[in-house]
Design a protein around this ligand. Structure first.
Ligand SMILES: *[C@@H]1O[C@H](CO)[C@@H](O)[C@H](O)[C@H]1NC(C)=O
Ligand SMILES: *[C@@H]1O[C@H](CO)[C@@H](O)[C@H](O)[C@H]1NC(C)=O
Ligand SMILES: *[C@@H]1O[C@H](CO)[C@@H](O)[C@H](O)[C@H]1NC(C)=O
Ligand SMILES: *[C@@H]1O[C@H](CO)[C@@H](O)[C@H](O)[C@H]1NC(C)=O
Length: 451
């Protein structure tokens, strides 16, 4: 009897061990974010992608400044983003999240009373109901994690708590957070995250937003800071492949893969990926993934990027980051000018000023009646020599009712020399790339791949 019990325990133990050592990877579907109603005209969509990309660039360069008044027409149906479903609570409630690699904070539309202003999405987005979850807890004010969201000492933010009363019941003060084009506000919860097939993960800190403006969905913050999803979960790696925007109005999905374990020292590379080390973050921007961009070429010709833009300075100005939450890449004025001048010089088509003013993109070229449109190849080169040759569709798009023009899908950030990253690589530029954020080894891997 005793020995069979022992055997049973041993078997149980072994099976638990096997389970915990093999299932450390979770794969989630990654889709274009497609809220209702269906997209408006292509031109409206583009205009709004241009202005949201610019507003986001402005925000990413100085996130301390509230951008609440940024006057940009973000509408739900023009978000140009990718989303993945995640499940929180007990029992789990599944909600779509827009993935943002340049954001730390994860939040969701919350409660039956959630109000979304200018979200242009009747029906309202799915909302998380904390009352229906037995594991939802308010984050206590004295909990150090409350400090992630409030840049103050506990003694000043938790005024109702005396130093001699460690059992103080005051909760972490509400947040209001800007996102570039809009904002969101609510209270912080400690909640259980369900990442089947893994064990439920308790005490994930998430924002329960009760009001938002111009936020078509909640946000999954995939950044590098202490509050981010990868940091809270101790992810060793995450990776995804961004579907082409050509499939914007289909329900096609790709994968977001989260890696939560494995040997802590493995420096194994994924076959066929090019790797570059992340650049050290400047103190002002702990959230971003900085890539060591060294040069760009257009048609094999080197584009002169002023040196001060290549590396982030100690004041946080300069450098290149990658943001899955920006649609179009943005470049500081001087960098943009160098790239677009080279493109215009080498292009064999006539500029289309009318399309430039209609879309807000530049340069645009008249390709009406042309069978096969070709442009010089644009490539990025990173420290160590790794090259990223962009497929044409990642930097030029057809425009107009009969595709009579093509425009460069990169925006010029003229928000001034006030610091922040000089180049923000958006999701249009990363379509059909498999990208891996190898956090354990501090490096970024990529390869072209049809997702
Ligand atoms: C805090 O709570 C613990 C456990 O409930 C209790 O033993 C302790 O006396 C309380 N401390 C104060 C200062 O109220
Ligand atoms: C992540 O690591 C920290 C520090 O080692 C630990 O406190 C925390 O519980 C870990 N979180 C998860 C989800 O494993
Ligand atoms: C790596 O690339 C080579 C050559 O292109 C190819 O033959 C091989 O199948 C690739 N390996 C993987 C694992 O994709
Ligand atoms: C584009 O080129 C076509 C053919 O050359 C011409 O008919 C048309 O007027 C041009 N469109 C613009 C906006 O310049």
């Amino acid at each position: 009897m005793a020995s069979s019990l022992l055997l049973f325990i041993t078997l149980l133990h072994t099976s638990l061990l096997i389970r915990s050592s093999t299932s450390t990877t979770v794969t989630l579907p990654l889709a274009h974010f497609l809220p209702n109603p269906v997209p408006p005209s292509q031109l409206k969509l583009l205009n709004s992608l241009v202005s949201t990309s610019l507003a986001r660039a402005k925000f990413l360069k100085s996130p301390q400044q509230p951008a609440i008044n940024a006057n940009t027409p973000l509408s739900a149906h023009s978000y140009g983003a990718y989303s993945t479903p995640l499940s929180f609570g007990t029992p789990p409630q599944t909600i779509p999240f827009v993935i943002q690699t340049a954001t730390d904070f994860t939040w969701l539309p919350c409660t039956h009373k959630y109000i979304c202003k200018d979200c242009n999405s009747p029906p309202p987005p799915p909302s998380f109901i904390p009352k229906a979850s037995s594991s939802a807890r308010f984050l206590p004010c004295l909990n150090p994690k409350c400090g992630w969201f409030h840049n103050t000492e506990a003694s000043s933010r938790c005024q109702d708590c005396q130093p001699e009363s460690p059992n103080c019941t005051q909760v972490c003060p509400p947040y209001i957070i800007s996102s570039g084009s809009g904002y969101t506000g609510g209270v912080l919860l400690s909640e259980t995250l369900d990442l089947t097939p893994l064990k439920p993960i308790p005490d994930f800190i998430i924002g329960c937003s009760v009001f938002s403006s111009k936020q078509p969905a909640g946000v999954l913050g995939l950044g590098r800071g202490p509050a981010s999803f990868p940091t809270q979960l101790n992810l060793t790696r995450f990776s995804y492949c961004l579907l082409s925007h050509r499939f914007d109005d289909t329900s096609k999905t790709s994968n977001l893969v989260l890696d939560l374990g494995g040997p802590t020292t493995s420096s194994q590379k994924t076959p066929n990926l090019s790797y570059v080390q992340f650049t050290r973050n400047p103190p002002a921007f702990p959230t971003y993934y900085y890539l060591p961009l060294r040069k760009m070429t257009v048609g094999g010709r080197r584009v002169k990027i002023p040196y001060k833009f290549l590396n982030p300075g100690t004041d946080g100005s300069g450098g290149t980051i990658i943001d899955s939450g920006s649609a179009f890449s943005s470049m500081a004025g001087d960098v943009f000018a160098a790239v677009s001048t080279e493109l215009v010089t080498q292009a064999t088509y006539v500029r289309d000023a009318e399309m430039e003013s209609r879309t807000g993109l530049t340069p645009c070229f008249n390709v009406s009646g042309i069978q096969t449109v070709s442009f010089p190849e644009m490539s990025l080169y990173f420290k160590g020599g790794a090259k990223m040759a962009l497929p044409l569709a990642n930097y030029f798009s057809f425009m107009g009712e009969s595709s009579e023009a093509v425009c460069l899908t990169v925006v010029k950030d003229e928000s001034g020399a006030s610091g922040g990253p000089a180049v923000i690589l958006g999701n249009y530029q990363m379509q059909n790339f498999y990208t891996e954020f190898d956090l354990r080894n501090g490096r970024f891997g990529y390869k072209p791949q049809i997702c």
